[in-house]
Design a protein around this ligand. Structure first.
Ligand code: G16
Length: 539
């Protein structure tokens, strides 16, 4: 029985950097998820020939939302829904499945690295047939549709059992429950030399992977322990929990503290890594050593020849504007294309589809390649292990030798969290107006060469996107400001600081960028306007 339910619009169903993210308390309101999903279906149009993927990172409310989405999809005439067993799939594995089985797209229920649980966040990422998230022109259409929604359709039926593999029907819609792990593991085996990785594990080399009680636990157990042979216990926090066991599943120096403390202790493993809630972000550590995501992208790109899948050659490389310029120097050295895009993985998709780039990455702990259209946490870890297996060097040696060759972009990000949205918007608008007058101004030995908004002209579809404000200094240093697009309440002002040194490569990053930090706060009047004299999070 298809029921048509009268509803009133919610005025906040606007997707951010990666899908819709809201507090669980908001999403669990009556009709919230129903409205949003119906709005997506209204924009998709005829669903009778479409097959979508549905799954998520297992966080709180995933199970309920999955049942609702299945019934709304069936009522709207979707041909088929491919559902991950128990609703469980990582963002990169979802991209693998959409591409491999040529699906029309899919939904990943995740707020990524944001905490979960009734007091945490919930989210929905919507991908198209490329396995990457839809463009901003589509998200704006959905927002518009959501604002004028008056009804949604839902099938009145009992909940379906998605705990077993197999196919069945819900109304006229076909449902196929698939293993969310298998295809991803097969893809990793196709990219990397698992025999070489097995040798590394057998040599006594040790690793610790922190799944942060999130989606990658079962993937990591299978890949690192079972297939490669790292000893049991190498993967920690591997049982996914709806509230991530209270962890904030963001793999960085602040939130992956347990792993960082271990890797900087006397008992440290040779290699450490963590992934986020939905498995697309990664952090790489050596013994007492942290690799910034910026350097990780540069090092991965520089070593592409060591990986069978890429050894024959790669297209170019891209980074988000806020990411450091480390990879730009590698691209130049290898004579490959180089692109700078706005923050958000979706901006890489056109470049990959048009074979302009193979690798891409962002300062926000995301690295990936054109094997899929999402960033890929476990892929990055396997890439690093492969470099180590091929070179026999430690993480620290690899990074230091890289800096000796290419110079070092010292890089730190300051986050000012929980700022009133109106205050943050005003700060950015006033700063933008001020930018033209900054050129030529000096602060000690740092002189501003140019200051302007970052504007991206997509070479494939011609779209123009403005994202962030950048101050360029004569010595190659940069300050970038932007507002986070992944928060669920209030605003977060991000300030990205980069200082390039070609020779002086072994200093403390915070010391190196502190002068820039002071300038950044002064120019944007952050203390005066926000009441914050220092950042809430420094990464
Ligand atoms: C998402 C996007 C990333 C982007 C990040 C930035 O990551 O997928 O491409 O770099 O957001 O976040 P913000 O706008 O807060 O700076 P994820 O891992 O949350 O999906």
């Amino acid at each position: 029985m298809i029921k048509t339910v009268a509803t009133t619009p919610f005025n906040d169903q606007k997707m951010g950097t990666a899908g819709l993210r809201r507090k669980s308390k908001i999403v669990t309101q009556p009709n919230y998820i129903e409205n949003f999903v119906q709005s997506i279906f209204n924009v998709m149009g005829d669903l009778s020939d479409k097959t979508l993927l549905l799954g998520g990172d297992g966080r709180f409310y995933n199970d309920i939302a999955i049942q609702k989405i299945l019934k709304i999809a069936a009522a709207n005439g979707l041909k088929k829904m491919v559902v991950a067993q128990n609703g469980f799939i990582s963002t990169p594995a979802g991209s693998v499945v959409i591409r491999k089985y040529k699906l029309s797209g899919g939904f990943t229920l995740s707020a990524s690295h944001n905490p979960g649980g009734p007091d945490g966040d919930f989210g929905l990422k919507y991908s198209n047939e490329s396995g990457g998230q839809v463009s901003t022109s589509v998200t704006s259409q959905i927002e518009k549709a959501a604002l004028s929604l008056t009804e949604y359709k839902i099938l009145e039926a009992p909940d379906v059992d998605i705990s077993h593999l197999g196919s069945f029907k819900l109304g006229d819609m076909e449902i196929e429950v698939i293993d969310g792990i298998k295809d991803y593991v097969a893809m990793m085996q196709n990219i990397f030399d698992f025999a070489a990785l097995k040798k590394l594990a057998a040599s006594g080399f040790t690793m610790r992977f922190d799944a942060m009680n999130a989606v990658t636990g079962p993937y990591a157990k299978e890949i690192f322990e079972k297939l490669i042979g790292f000893k049991e216990g190498s993967v920690v926090n591997f049982v996914p929990k709806p509230d991530f066991g209270g962890l904030h599943p963001d793999p960085n120096l602040v939130y992956a503290k347990e792993l960082v403390d271990f890797m900087f202790s006397a008992q440290a493993a040779d290699f450490g890594a963590a992934n986020d809630g939905d498995g697309d972000r990664n952090m790489i550590l050596g013994k007492g050593f942290f690799v910034t995501p910026n350097d990780s992208l540069a090092i991965i790109t520089d070593n592409f020849k060591l990986i069978p899948y890429y050894a024959k050659g790669i297209y170019g490389v891209a980074k988000s504007a806020a990411t450091s310029t480390a990879v730009e120097r590698v691209a130049k050295a290898h004579g490959i294309g180089y692109y700078e895009v706005p923050t958000g993985w979706k901006y890489f998709v056109n470049l990959m589809d048009s074979q302009r780039i193979t690798f891409c990455g962002e300062e926000s702990f995301g690295t990936g390649s054109s094997h899929i259209r999402e960033k890929d946490g476990i892929w990055a870890v396997l890439f690093w292990l492969s470099i180590i297996a091929a070179t026999g060097k430690t993480v620290e040696q690899i990074a230091v030798e890289h800096w000796q060759k290419y110079g070092r972009s010292y890089y730190i990000r300051f986050d000012f969290e929980g700022v009133d949205t109106a205050v943050a918007d005003r700060l950015m608008a006033d700063l933008e107006n001020k930018l033209p007058s900054l050129a030529g101004r000096s602060f000690g030995d740092l002189t501003i060469r140019e200051a302007k908004p970052f504007v991206y002209h997509d070479p494939v579809d011609g779209s123009v996107t403005k994202n962030g404000l950048v101050i360029y200094f004569a010595d190659g240093s940069r300050i970038t400001y932007r507002l986070s697009g992944t928060g669920s309440s209030g605003a977060t002002i991000r300030v990205y600081l980069e200082r390039l040194q070609m020779k002086d490569i072994l200093q403390n990053p915070l010391d190196m960028v502190t002068p820039l930090g002071r300038i950044a706060l002064e120019i944007a009047e952050i203390p005066e306007r926000t009441g914050k004299h220092q950042a809430d999070v420094v990464t």
